[in-house]
Design a protein around this ligand. Structure first.
Ligand code: C5P
Length: 233
């Protein structure tokens, strides 16, 4: 039951039961779901099986970063469990990303492989401390280019970066964007937010939305409200 919705709902829960309780309130023909480190570390592949069994396409957000052979193996393992999308850290370098992309091709696996460029929690001082002299913005653009040259399908990026990445890497290159807040939602702890419509306008191809949907009284109604915002723009 594939969807062509750009919406990916972040299932940031500490247990399988809590994640499935939310998933059961959503419609797999109208959104995808994201499984991150805490949920996967607690529940393991069972959560993927359960979500796939309910018809959801899953973005497994584990941000792999290791030597090329290890990351290629992890990406293959994710793809063989049927996930729609998986990611790595672009700072793992060209050889790591190429090995992961090649592994998918060699095994005829169609999972989308994307990379995180610079974590949005990293400021200029954090990069400098880690030995990176570039500004966060320049480093994002450098790593987006490296990601594309390494044969990956796209990046996770903030909506603020999407237009520049689109100009550099093209419209087909995936731009998966968190920090999305519909006009009806609270910002929570997100610093630089954009509405779903604004983010799509500047070039995002997929929108990661967590709390505005998962903490809504009626999650499916919140999702429908986001769809309406998108349709009206
Ligand atoms: O609840 P909220 O919409 O803020 O959730 C956003 C999701 O996107 C969370 O799973 C968060 O970890 C993830 N994310 C983010 N900012 C990034 C990368 C990922 O908010 N730069």
């Amino acid at each position: 039951m594939a969807t062509d919705s750009p919406l990916i709902i972040a299932l940031d829960y500490p247990s399988l039961d809590a994640a499935l309780c939310m998933a059961d309130q959503l419609d797999p023909s109208r959104c995808r779901v994201k499984v991150g480190k805490e949920l996967f570390t607690r529940s393991g592949p069972a959560v993927l099986e359960a979500l796939h069994g309910r018809g959801f396409e899953v973005f497994l957000d584990l941000k792999f970063h290791d030597i090329p052979n290890t990351v290629a193996g992890a990406v293959q393992a994710a793809a063989e469990q049927g996930v729609w999308m998986v990611n790595v850290h672009a700072s793992g370098g060209r050889r790591m990303m190429e090995a992961a992309a090649k592994r998918l091709i060699d095994h005829n696996l169609s999972t989308h492989l994307i990379a995180v460029t610079v974590l949005t929690s990293m400021q200029a001082e954090d990069l400098h401390e880690a030995g990176v002299a570039a500004t966060p913005q320049d480093q994002v653009m450098r790593l987006a280019a490296l990601t594309q040259q390494s044969g990956l399908n796209g990046v996770v990026c903030s909506a603020q970066e999407a237009a520049q990445i689109k100009a550099q890497c093209g419209a087909e290159f995936l731009k998966v964007t968190p920090g999305i807040r519909p006009s009806f939602a609270a910002a929570n702890d997100q610093q630089r937010i954009m509405t779903p419509s604004e983010a799509m306008r500047v070039g995002s191809t997929h929108l990661v939305v967590g709390r505005p949907v998962t903490q809504a009284e009626d999650p499916m109604a919140a999702l429908v409200a986001i769809e309406a915002e998108l349709a009206a723009s």
